[in-house]
Design a protein around this ligand. Structure first.
Ligand SMILES: Cc1ncc(COP(=O)(O)O)c(C=O)c1O
Length: 473
């Protein structure tokens, strides 16, 4: 017997299928921005909230405009932010979680999800050179690293800062953050890391900005000077954070050389690989992460280059003791200690209730295999270099650098000045055929592409260039 709710979920699934197909075939716009008040009106939000009654016959009054005005990430013209165009497997995992809802910060609330997360984390650790043995073995091995999945790279970065703080100042948890500690990081560091520094009680003055080249890439030969300057100012540097890769440009800091310096000064090395750590999967691109095994912690977002829906991120530690020392929390109603079956990740994560994040990555891996994901990363990186060559060969466009990852910046020389590149983006967005972003490098504003969608081709980029010329002839 079919129940009304079955029909509703079937209809929603059908609508999503159509939405995805039409987006992929570019039969819709990518996004067409509307003012919030207009969106609230067309979706009839207050009527639904006050009156209820959404069912199989009328759900489309809400759902059709909801989809219509969404960001259509499956559209080949989605070349905007570094968010994965989600793989079908990740969508299935989201659906399963939506039904069984096993929040798994404590093992007993999500035994299967806990095990999946641990095995997926072991797989990620293995890619860093921080895990040997069977990834699905639960035998403790002190020489292996450890990690936990988090709701986003920002929480992963915060966890890394807290772990490094616990390492250098174990009493900080009880007596507060010592005010003479400092972190070296390039100015192009993602804002979540800078935020984490303040959240952890250091204050922004604790960040000593590392000298960079004119493309915002960290200059490792200058680290000693920054370190000494901090010392002279009465600060004790305990951590260096490097980008792999930098959000704006997609360029990688030289991890191996930074590691060399950190080892010489006994400093914690954190690598923010939220976007670019996925290069570790590829034989061709792994060189970009050279030296990662020498780092202490790594942030790695699966919802960027490993094709999961948002969110699914990891904070990984070379030394499992680093993770164990991060938080010191007693919670007698959930953490039962050693005598229970299984293991809890709650003691190692900021979150208390935690979604079954590992299942999303597992489903993608289980469908594509690790080689399939490696090929995806390689394709996106290679396509972006191709797009660079195409754009740079045009007489009226300039690219400031050859991409290392799938992030590409360029400037239309038919218009002058930072404001005009911004105005150009606004006009492109208003037409709805492409969604792109911008970034500033050394004071110059560029248009910016994150090539996340495997359907974005040379033809798409040619179409974008044509549209730009049309907008500003
Ligand atoms: C380098 C880097 N680190 C951290 C983050 C934050 O990750 P999330 O958006 O998953 O919190 C981003 C997001 O774009 C990023 O590019």
């Amino acid at each position: 017997m079919t129940r009304p709710t079955d029909k509703l979920s079937e209809k929603v699934l059908g609508a999503l299928q159509t939405y995805r197909e039409e987006s992929r075939a570019a039969k819709t716009h990518v996004v067409r921005q509307q003012p919030p008040q207009e969106l609230a009106r067309v979706m009839q939000l207050s009527n639904w909230i006050r009156g209820g009654g959404l069912d199989v016959d009328n759900y489309d009054d809400f759902f059709a405009p909801y989809l219509e005005h969404s960001q259509h990430m499956h559209h080949p013209g989605f070349i905007g932010h570094q968010v994965a165009v989600p793989h079908e497997g990740a969508a299935i995992a989201d659906m399963i979680h939506g039904v069984i809802n096993n929040p798994m910060a404590v093992y007993e609330m999500g035994p299967t999800a806990s095990v999946v997360e641990r095995v997926v984390v072991n797989w990620m650790l293995e890619k860093c050179g921080w895990f040997t043995g069977d990834i699905d073995s639960f035998e403790p091995s002190p020489s292996n690293g450890a990690g936990v999945l988090t709701h986003g790279g920002s929480l992963a970065n915060l966890t890394a800062v807290l772990a490094a703080r616990a390492h250098v100042a174990p009493d900080a948890w009880t007596s507060g953050t010592p005010q003479d500690l400092a972190i070296i990081a390039p100015a192009a560091t993602h804002y979540s890391l800078a935020r984490a520094v303040s959240i952890a009680g250091f204050g922004q003055d604790a960040i000593r900005y590392a000298p960079v080249n004119d493309l915002d890439v960290l200059r490792p030969e200058m680290l000693e000077q920054t370190y000494k300057q901090a010392n002279d100012d009465g600060q004790k540097v305990f951590m260096v954070s490097a980008n792999a890769c930098t959000t704006a440009t997609g360029l990688y800091d030289p991890i191996d050389e930074v590691a060399e310096f950190c080892e010489s000064r006994n400093l914690w090395l954190h690598v923010d690989g939220a976007h670019g750590a996925s290069a570790l999967l590829s034989d061709k691109e792994r060189h970009l992460m050279k030296g990662i095994a020498r780092a202490d912690s790594l942030t790695w977002d699966a919802h960027k280059m490993l094709r999961t829906s948002a969110l699914c991120a990891a904070i990984l530690f070379k030394d499992q003791k680093s993770m164990a020392g991060t938080f010191h929390q007693d919670a007698s109603y959930i953490f039962y200690g050693e005598d229970q079956i299984g293991f809890d990740v709650g003691p190692y994560a900021v979150e208390c209730t935690k979604s079954a994040l590992g299942a999303k990555l597992f489903w993608v891996l289980a469908m594509e295999g690790e080689q399939g994901l490696a090929k995806f990363v390689e394709k996106q990186y290679a396509d972006t270099r191709k797009f660079h060559d195409l754009i740079n060969a045009q007489p009226d466009f300039t690219c400031p650098y050859k991409p290392e990852a799938n992030i590409l910046c360029f400037k239309y020389d038919g218009v002058n000045g930072n404001k005009t590149q911004l105005a150009l983006r606004e006009k492109i967005l208003a037409r709805g055929n492409f969604y792109i972003t911008t970034a500033e490098i050394a004071g110059v504003r560029y248009l910016r592409l994150s090539v996340m969608n495997p359907l974005t081709t040379v033809k798409t980029i040619e179409g974008l260039l044509e549209e730009i010329r049309l907008l500003f002839p």
